[in-house]
Design a protein around this ligand. Structure first.
Ligand SMILES: Cc1ncc(COP(=O)(O)O)c(C=O)c1O
Length: 476
């Protein structure tokens, strides 16, 4: 039925024909004539109907796919995406069609994320199959549909095996709670561990959403500085001296968020010593462990000691996709029990079929295969971004090629202002995160960008760096 939607090119358009056609199709999607999931006409019939070359239709479809308006299904054709882009693609390069009444909107065409993975390479078909099996299983129809607030026992077992062999963690299922992303784990730890008025030390710059979780429990969030060796444990020790209410410290030791550095060995030892001496709890957020490209593997602090002082938090958001809300925490069974009790107040249990599906992907080796494959893709993207930055921006910025993680931390020369530059880039359709996004004390915000490369293909990286270079403020 949808194949019969009649399309007409904009007359007198200055655009290349494929962009003209792409714009017409986007307009029909926005107007609701082409609905999410609807099949687009075949390239042959549309090229005939419009009197244009079939390759031109194909190029228009590629443009739509790249912008997120359409998807291709192998041997089925091209369809309007179910999940349409939040913001329309930029109109600045395109003259608005005379019939469109919508006001012009400034929009982001391409963005450096804060370190997101590329869902396009996630094992979606395998996950869909495993999910279908989980929903079809007889256990799905059992009499008591409510289960464990700590999450599926199958997934907790599979995770313990996986984390044991991949990260050297010794845990059993009673030490684990599965959560909806690590954000929920951070929230539950905070509620279970902190009392209003307690202080918690965090890295500055660091991860704002963790601070929100701690503040929601009534805690005071206090920053410690970060340098090329990671968070300053010396400053943490000083804070512990002067702040009797300091109860915990939240760190991203593997790939510090946002600067990407790894906490060095001397500081790890000093931290463990301080935690035991001062009775501090460490919340270790190991959000993208799999993506280590060079050098020796660095194991989590939680692997170096079976201490009741460490809560280890992880996520499948970077390994698979943030859309799948699966995270976890590993801690003493007593703390896990407390977290499970808090969890029940807001969410009786997790999404069991999804948890079973992920357990199956871990058990049958799919997650490991995907980790291996995606590590190669991301390493190539890291190298590509480093090469582009070196070629186009070396006179204005410095950076270290990160040994792991999905972002490069780009330090700007003092002549340039990161926020001003980010605003200029945005006006040209490029999203980029300036240091203020990560600063606990805005006046001390680093003059830097965090450039997530994981979600961008190599050609998208080239396009993004070209815009970044073009948008550089000239005043400085
Ligand atoms: C520091 C840090 N921790 C954790 C996460 C993962 O969050 P979630 O598992 O809730 O998707 C992210 C994702 O951006 C992150 O940057």
């Amino acid at each position: 039925m949808t194949r019969q939607v009649v399309l007409q090119l904009e007359p007198d358009s200055a655009k290349p024909i494929f962009l003209n056609l792409a714009a017409v199709i986007i307009r029909e999607i926005e107007r609701g004539r082409l609905k999410p999931g609807a099949a687009l006409p075949g390239t042959r019939s549309l090229s005939k109907a419009l009197g244009i070359h079939r390759n031109t239709v194909d190029a228009a479809y590629q443009e739509l796919i790249q912008q997120g308006w359409a998807v291709t299904l192998p041997s089925q054709g091209t369809f309007v995406a179910e999940d349409l882009p939040d913001t329309p693609p930029p109109r600045s390069r395109e003259r608005p069609a005379p019939t469109v009444a919508a006001p012009p909107r400034k929009s982001i065409d391409i963005a450096f994320s804060d370190g997101a993975p590329d869902a396009r390479i996630a094992p979606r078909a395998e996950l869909a199959r495993a999910f279908r099996r989980a929903v079809s299983a007889p256990s799905f129809l059992r009499r008591s549909p409510y289960g464990e607030p700590r999450g599926s026992a199958r997934l907790r077992e599979a995770l313990c095996e996986y984390l044991g062999s991949e990260r050297g963690l010794v845990a059993d299922p009673g030490d684990v709670i599965i959560t909806r992303g690590s954000q929920m784990a951070l929230f539950l730890v905070a509620r279970a561990l902190l009392r209003p008025g307690d202080a918690i030390a965090v890295e500055d710059p660091g991860y704002q959403l963790a601070w929100s979780a701690f503040r929601a429990a009534g805690a005071n969030v206090v920053g410690i500085p970060v340098d090329q060796h990671g968070a300053s444990i010396e400053q943490l020790a000083k804070l512990a001296e002067r702040e009797p209410s300091l109860r915990a410290v939240y760190l991203t030791p593997h790939h510090q968020y946002p600067t990407t550095v790894t906490l060095n060995a001397a500081r790890r030892l000093a931290l463990l010593e301080l935690m035991h001496r001062r009775n501090l709890i460490l919340i270790e957020d190991d959000y993208d462990h799999e993506f280590r490209f060079d050098g020796r593997p660095v194991l989590p602090l939680a692997a170096s000691t079976q201490s009741a002082h460490i809560v280890y938090v992880g996520s499948l958001s970077k390994l698979l996709a943030p859309e799948l809300r699966i995270g976890y925490a590993i801690a003493s069974p007593k703390l896990i029990e407390r977290m499970a009790t808090v969890r029940q107040a807001i969410d009786r249990q997790g999404d069991l079929p999804l948890e079973h599906a992920v357990a199956a992907l871990i058990a049958d080796g799919e997650i490991r295969r995907h980790a291996r494959k995606s590590r190669q893709v991301y390493q190539a993207r890291r190298d590509k971004l480093a090469e582009l930055l070196q070629r186009h921006l070396a006179s204005f910025c410095t950076f270290d090629v990160p040994t792991g993680g999905l972002a490069i931390w780009l330090r700007l020369s003092q002549r340039l202002d990161a926020e001003q530059w980010a605003a200029a880039a945005e006006s040209m359709g490029l999203g980029v995160l300036a240091g203020t996004t990560f600063a606990l004390r805005p006046r001390h915000a680093p003059n830097a960008f965090r450039l997530g490369f994981g979600a961008l293909s190599e050609s998208e990286l080239s396009r993004a760096v070209a815009i970044l270079a073009r948008s550089r403020p000239r005043s400085g």
